[in-house]
Design a protein around this ligand. Structure first.
Ligand code: DAV
Length: 366
């Protein structure tokens, strides 16, 4: 029996990680929570079904290469067991005609110390996604006597969990930004909803983005479930589609954060960082003008890096500006090509989920 699961942040030395797989990935049909995530001008609007096989194969080649590079750097890598995602999800409360993928494990699994939480996700098409990770979690449970396996309260995702007609093509970018500023999102407060990728773990403090995929009730759940941790709601008014914190606000090491310059953390929410001598610097500009085809995410996947330790970071190989900035910030960069995986749910941080990092639960904001 050995200790397998332990991770309190995104920067301590990484020893064991899950890397996603693109097999059988689908573009899901529209549903109450998803239309918001597909920008108006996206070629994906109205399209759904299995993704083209050649794109799956290219994504898997880059995911496999990432796994290989991690292995060469002393990190143990596990892979999920993809389902046949091209099947409907039917519950007593709803039906949607396809699932999606298990490529971005970061959205589904949240590691807090010795615990992995299966998130309470708001997309109906992602309702069963955690099943792809069950064989791994079951093994961790069998082998690590201290592993705590948690499933957050399962949302029912009935119609009352969403604001209907929230999405409307006629809404201008200005109105969209106004909604973000007013914290008016597509999900209601009916039930606890969160994606794991909205939670930034910094030891004793969890910074949770309130946005399209995570609501206030989730923060309340975290507060009650983890009375020893401090829960902070954060939001980034410059983001018209706030989904997941990891292309917006990214820790590189204790005391250093890169922040998306289009989505700056508001002054009042900066105080806790400033008071503890943490530096928040603007992230470098993305190297690309557009995301790759059939991609949900923005060009800011440029900053969605995977930190291996306080001095080492994996960056996407074509993100020259980001790599240069990392170098200036004193990080050694390992470039890994990854743009073929972006359409499947994100970049290097999204595509992974922490199992073990060295270090304990530090108090960085006493
Ligand atoms: O900027 O589109 C992407 C985050 C994906 N997990 C963005 C956020």
């Amino acid at each position: 029996m050995a200790k397998i699961v332990n991770s309190w942040n995104d920067f301590d030395p990484l020893k064991h990680v899950i890397v996603g797989l693109a097999d059988h990935s689908c573009i899901p049909p529209e549903e109450p929570a998803t239309s918001e995530k597909v920008p108006i001008d996206s070629e994906m609007r109205g399209m759904w079904g299995p993704r083209p096989l050649e794109t799956v194969e290219k994504a898997n080649a880059q995911l496999d290469n990432l796994a290989k590079v991690l292995g060469e750097n002393g990190v143990t890598v596990d892979r999920p067991s993809p389902l046949q995602w091209n099947a409907p999800v039917i519950t007593p409360d709803f039906r949607t005609d396809s699932m999606m993928t298990c490529m971005p494990p970061r959205d589904t699994l949240l590691t807090i110390g010795p615990e992995i939480i299966e998130a309470a996700m708001s997309f109906r098409c992602r309702f069963w996604e955690y099943l792809a990770f069950r064989p791994l979690l079951n093994r961790y449970f069998n082998e690590d006597p201290e592993f705590i396996w948690t499933q957050a309260p399962r949302p029912r995702l009935t119609d009352i969990s969403y604001k209907h007609n929230y999405y409307d093509e006629r809404i201008s970018l200005e109105e969209r930004l106004e909604r973000t500023a007013n914290k008016d999102f597509v999900t209601t407060e009916e039930e606890i909803l969160f994606d794991a990728a909205d939670v930034l773990r910094i030891g004793k403090d969890l910074f949770i983005q309130h946005g399209l995929t995570t609501n206030r009730k989730a923060m309340e759940w975290f507060k009650r479930r983890y009375p020893d941790l401090r829960i902070h709601a954060v939001n980034f008014p410059g983001d018209p589609y706030p989904i997941h914190i990891d292309a917006t606000f990214v820790t590189l090491r204790p005391g250093l954060i890169i922040n998306n310059p289009q989505r700056r953390l508001p002054e009042d929410q900066r105080k806790i960082f400033e008071a503890n001598d943490w530096q928040i610097v603007d992230a470098a500009q993305p190297a690309h003008k557009n995301p790759p085809p059939l991609c949900y995410s923005s060009v800011w996947l440029s900053m969605n890096c995977l930190v291996l330790d306080h001095k080492t970071v994996i960056c996407e190989a074509s993100e020259v500006n980001q790599m240069e900035q990392m170098d200036k910030l004193g990080m050694n960069v390992i470039p890994v090509p990854f743009r073929d995986a972006y359409p499947f749910g994100g970049a290097l941080h999204c595509a992974t989920a922490d199992v073990y990092r060295e270090g304990g639960c530090e108090d960085y904001f006493p």
